[in-house]
Design a protein around this ligand. Structure first.
Ligand code: PBG
Length: 325
């Protein structure tokens, strides 16, 4: 035999030498959930180890992440039912919990990178990502709402805005609105290929944001399709996105690779709530090794071509892999 691939696996040092992909805290964005109140911390039932924090405790959480070298965060708000309405108007309330928290985070941690969520669902009495008219999610009127949200977030200090709504044309519309207001340095991470997925269940628990009727299939993508992801990516690219995201990650590794092979922009992948919950649940039962499964999943997402990984495992990974520990 001329080739014996096992020679390159013979010791850990050799394996390290030929290892093609590695993970680093620089790859991760850690999603955080914000709730109203003071000194509040409540665990998301379906996401063991993930908490909803009031602003004061959220700042402490961010501080402990920063010490681990984890410096990029995506912030999502849990909004009280009584503040929700058809147009998500609480979204640009400067005194509301979300914009206030953005300002405080950026004041306390100017070097942290904060990605904000541009979507109506946590604020919408319909639980949808767009304005609902006669039972339909209407595209173009929603663009105005999204642009207004993105502007309010940029004013509050957002570094990256993340439209997670899947309305057509929203990246270009938001880019133009930001530029006109002078926010040319605010980046857009487009949720480019966001699939209508069952893996979002625990996230909707965390935010109480599940749709009040129907599903999201007229705007989120059909899990059976990958060519359509190319079309979405071409649009987001031409409309000025800075990152193209695939979501969820694990069932869509082929889509991550497709976009990475086809576009020069950095590809992001969202390792979503249901993917996290599955690992935690099986590990709690002793059915899998949670630490090894986590690392294997994260590495597979990187190997597929994602440079940036949004993951609820980020802090845990940083704790287990920080140089000090
Ligand atoms: C909605 C939104 C969702 C997630 C992020 N933004 C869920 C949905 O589309 O209903 C899911 C993230 C996760 O599951 O971790 N704007």
């Amino acid at each position: 035999m001329l080739h014996r691939p096992r020679r390159n696996r013979k010791t850990q040092v050799v394996r390290n030498l030929v290892q093609e992909n590695t993970l680093s805290v620089n790859d991760f964005i850690f999603p955080l959930f914000l709730i109203d109140g003071k000194n509040k911390k409540s665990e998301v039932k379906s996401m063991p180890g993930i908490f909803r924090f009031s602003e004061d405790l959220l700042l402490k959480e961010i501080e402990s992440c920063m010490k681990l070298g984890l410096k990029t965060f995506a912030l999502f708000p849990n909004i009280e039912e009584k503040l929700k309405d058809k147009t998500a108007s609480e979204r640009w309330n400067k005194k509301g919990i979300y914009l206030k928290a953005i300002r405080e985070i950026k004041k306390k941690f100017p070097e942290a990178i904060l990605m904000t969520d541009v979507a109506m669902d946590p604020y919408s009495s319909d639980g949808h990502d767009g304005i609902v008219k006669n039972g339909e999610i209407v595209n173009d009127p929603t663009l105005l709402v999204l642009a207004k949200m993105a502007l309010a977030q940029a004013e509050a200090g957002a570094d990256i805005v993340g439209p997670s709504d899947m309305m057509d044309g929203r990246v270009g519309f938001i880019r133009e609105s930001l530029d006109e207001a002078g926010f040319t340095d605010v980046s857009i991470m487009a949720y480019t290929a966001k699939y209508a997925s069952a893996f979002y269940g625990p996230f909707r628990d965390a935010l109480d944001s599940a749709p009040k009727f129907g599903d999201k299939k007229t705007y989120q993508m059909n899990p059976a399709n990958s060519k359509e992801a190319l079309l979405e990516a071409e649009l987001d690219f031409s409309e000025g996105a800075d990152f193209l995201m695939v979501k969820p990650a694990l069932s869509y590794l082929d889509v991550i690779k497709l976009l990475n092979d086809s576009f020069s922009l950095p590809i992001a992948a969202y390792n979503v709530s249901g993917e996290y919950a599955m690992v935690k649940a099986a590990a709690q039962k002793g059915w899998i090794d949670g630490d090894r499964t986590r690392d294997e999943i994260l590495l597979s997402i990187k190997r597929a071509g994602a440079k940036v990984i949004l993951t609820y495992f980020a802090k845990e990974w940083a704790q287990k892999n920080s140089p000090k520990s």
